[in-house]
Design a binder for this molecule. Structure first.
Ligand SMILES: [Fe+2]
Ligand SMILES: [Fe+2]
Length: 414
């Protein structure tokens, strides 16, 4: 067993000032950070913090074991000697070295909240806009410039009707993605915030506004679904069975690389990322006069509501990030570019049913998609759409951590 030895007892320089009690367990590693010096065990640190009134030895040892484990995983501290197979389960069997990087000081997250929902009862689309109805005719259903596969020679040679079907299918995949995104990713998080169960202290007004976001997002899912049904009736083209949107599997993959207890945080960050990105569809489709007015108005209604959400979730990030422990920031920070990619990377598998429908073979589908969506253009578009989110993560200090910055750089986001 490593003897309990504190800096004070070995150097004879005990500090008299008490440590403030932590607001929650996540701040334990922050309190311990200045005392990690290569000689102390987890038990040393727990005993030291117990003397400072930060909690009971048992609680502190448990929290430190967990959080210092995360810091080791993040490469911020080094485990120099362990006397059991699972050292973090055994508070008395572990030594840690001095951290490699300086601690980021906790920030004041108590800035006043300025609600952007003051006019929500009059302006929200669910309260003020009508059901958008298709009017018939043979319009262009999606901006061709946003559908590179529609300009591929193998599609063009099949004639105008084939191109039209591809554009209708692209509208379907967008609307389907929207309903799934709202229902699977955004609504659960917004609901948790509204119920005070998102794991972050928020001003009462922010909780109240989260209820409005829940209502907005449910309406967005509903009107997107409704428009699919109208387009089906109008065109005779039906929404094919589509796989689950790719973002769901991508998110699961990211979450599987993080500690289990950070799954909720991953979901919240995905929501923040998706709500603070500016997609070309939301900004460009409402201006395309070739499209049916119902399509343009549905997208415009959505974009206007999302403007309020954007401001809300930007504010949310500025409160959330300083609340995370150093360990959490350094574990999840490098995953943020993956979360951005999970949301923005085109769902190429969803294009296949549309191409198959116009008679392309599986091999031709793969060729059309690969030739129409080169990786460098995908990365360029992701970086452009993610620019606001990248700026917000920079502003909260996430990129002060070298591995997080490197992750943003290698993803082409900086
Ligand atoms: Fe939405
Ligand atoms: Fe939203």
């Amino acid at each position: 067993m490593v003897p309990v030895r504190t800096r004070e007892s070995s150097a004879g320089t005990a500090r008299s000032a008490p440590v403030d009690a932590p607001r929650d367990a996540r701040s334990i590693a922050t309190l311990a950070w200045p005392h990690i010096d290569g000689r102390r065990s987890v038990a040393d640190l727990a005993a030291l913090l117990e003397q400072r009134g930060a909690g009971t030895f048992r609680q502190l040892a448990h929290s430190l074991s967990e959080q210092l484990g995360w810091l080791v995983e993040a490469g911020e501290i080094e485990l120099v000697r362990a006397e059991s197979d699972n050292p973090w389960k055994s508070a008395r069997a572990t030594l840690v070295t001095k951290a490699r990087a300086p601690q980021r000081e906790p920030q004041d997250s108590a800035a006043p909240y300025r609600s952007g929902f003051a006019g929500w009862y009059e302006r929200a689309s669910v309260r003020s806009k009508p059901r958008r109805m298709l009017e018939g005719g043979e319009p262009v259903y999606f901006s061709p410039e946003l559908v590179p596969i529609a300009a591929h020679p193998l599609v063009l040679e099949r004639g105008e009707q084939a191109v039209r079907q591809i554009l209708v299918h692209r509208l379907f995949t967008y609307l389907h993605f929207t309903t799934e995104l709202e229902q699977v990713a955004v609504l659960p998080v917004a609901s948790a915030i509204a119920r005070g169960r998102a794991g972050i202290d928020l001003p009462e007004q922010m909780r109240s506004d989260a209820y409005k976001i829940v209502t907005d997002e449910a309406w967005h899912a509903q009107f997107s679904y409704d428009l699919v049904r109208q387009v089906e009736a109008e065109t005779g083209i039906h929404l094919p069975e589509l796989p689950l949107p790719a973002f769901i599997g991508r998110l699961d993959t990211i979450a599987s690389t993080l500690p289990d207890r950070m799954r909720g945080l991953t979901a919240l960050l995905f929501c923040i990322v998706s709500e603070t990105l500016i997609s070309a569809i939301l900004s460009d489709l409402p201006r395309d006069s070739r499209l049916p007015s119902a399509v343009r108005e549905v997208v415009r209604d959505h974009a206007v509501d999302e403007g309020r959400h954007h401001t809300y979730f930007k504010d949310m990030l500025s409160r959330l990030w300083p609340e995370l422990s150093v360990a959490e920031q350094r574990i999840v920070g490098p995953a943020v570019p993956q979360i951005i990619d999970a949301f923005l990377r085109p769902d190429l598998a969803a294009l296949v049913p549309g191409l198959t429908r116009i008679g392309l073979t599986a091999e031709e589908c793969r060729g059309v998609i690969a030739e129409s969506t080169p990786e460098h253009l995908i990365r360029r578009d992701i970086a452009a759409a993610a620019r606001p989110a990248t700026r917000y993560f920079t502003e909260v200090g996430a990129l002060d951590h070298s591995r997080t910055r490197e992750a943003f750089e290698s993803a082409g986001l900086l």
